[in-house]
Design a protein. Structure first.
Length: 279
């Protein structure tokens, strides 16, 4: 998607999407998002195609980069258009945006692992409540679970599944009706299946056996082996030095000293040895 600057250095327009980079929570050209929390990194107006991003906050979860933040917010505009401007559950909207914006990371896996612990499980139908609380901790939980739910649904029902649900909403169906028509199961059944399949092994095994993880493990092992070898060499050298010092201290006086030689006088004095020719 090619972009070009039209209005100012802070506004970019792309194929019907206007992106405004703001230095704080207020847009320079769009209506301020009065409902957005003060820690928000961006927001989107799906019906008008307007996106506001705050680059200074792009490194926070769940984005990690300015590119990811931009893709995330633009996805919200596309979701709104695919749904015909009708309401879409927040968790489904955010989950689609997270899946479209970036890859699944170790940080996401760690957050999801915590959510899988007994007592922490939240069904998809209640995720919007976590978003609506306005707390950063609750929103981070909701982001992680929304992405995990949507990623799991796409893996099970295919890449056409999100479009089918949004098309049903655009036709006037409720989200629950469109979801069941597209998957053949209810949302509650899909949530139960997600939790029954998602455990420690299928959560971490793909990450632990990936090429990047294996190379990292090999590198760390090599560094550890080099450190151990260096420590062993230092211990051997220190032992040699102690043994050498002890051997010199135990030797009798003069042992090991170089022999002394008598140098004949060179000033013409007579030699103290026997006369020449006498044996």
């Amino acid at each position: 998607m090619t972009s070009r600057t039209e209005a100012s250095s802070s506004t970019i327009r792309m194929e019907g999407v206007s992106v405004d980079a703001a230095s704080n929570g207020l847009s320079l050209t769009a209506t301020p998002a009065r409902s957005a929390p003060d820690w928000a990194s961006g927001y989107a107006y799906g019906n008008s195609g307007t996106v506001v991003i705050i680059p200074a906050r792009a490194g926070t979860y769940p984005y990690g980069s300015l590119q990811s933040l931009l893709h995330h917010e633009v996805t919200h505009v596309l979701v709104a258009r695919a749904a015909g401007g009708r309401p879409v559950p927040r968790w489904f909207n955010e989950g689609l945006a997270m899946v479209a914006a970036r890859e699944w990371t170790m940080g996401d896996r760690s957050r999801l692992f915590v959510e899988l612990l007994p007592g922490n499980r939240v069904p998809a139908s209640r995720l919007d409540d976590l978003f609506d609380r306005g707390s950063r901790a609750g929103a981070d939980r909701a982001y992680a679970l929304s992405a995990a739910y949507v990623r799991d649904l796409v893996d099970r029902y295919g890449v056409d599944f999100p479009g089918a649900v949004l098309a049903g909403i655009a036709r006037g169906e409720s989200f629950e009706e469109a979801f069941r028509r597209s998957t053949g199961v209810t949302l509650d059944d899909a949530t139960a299946a997600f939790y029954s399949r998602t455990n420690f092994w299928n959560l971490w095994l793909p990450a632990l056996t990936s090429g990047a993880t294996l190379w990292t493990a090999v590198t760390l092992l090599a560094l550890w082996a080099a450190k151990r070898r260096r420590e062993k060499s230092n211990r051997i050298r220190q032992t040699w030095e102690l043994e050498e010092t002890a051997s010199f201290e135990a030797a009798p006086p003069g042992f090991g000293a170089p022999p002394s030689f008598q140098i004949p006088p060179s000033n013409g004095a007579p030699h103290s040895g026997p006369p020449p020719g006498e044996n």
